[in-house]
Design a protein around this ligand. Sequence first.
Ligand SMILES: [Zn+2]
Length: 73
Amino acid sequence: MERDLTATADCDVRFVQPYQATKAYTCPGCNREIPVGTHHVVAVPRDAPDLRRHWHRGCWERRATRAPRSPRR
Ligand SMILES: [Zn+2]
């Protein structure tokens, strides 16, 4: 399962402003919905831009502290 490549891969991060969030997404950090109009984060794996994921800001920040820059494999 590609549950969350973005949780471990090296990613580019973009912030999505509330007015830009016109669709609901599921956050891979908590598996809950990110409602329309919510400020959140898009993580784009450098090696696989198609597998980008939308994260709650808080979940992303927790992810960033828990798994800092995964060691290459
Ligand atoms: Zn979340």
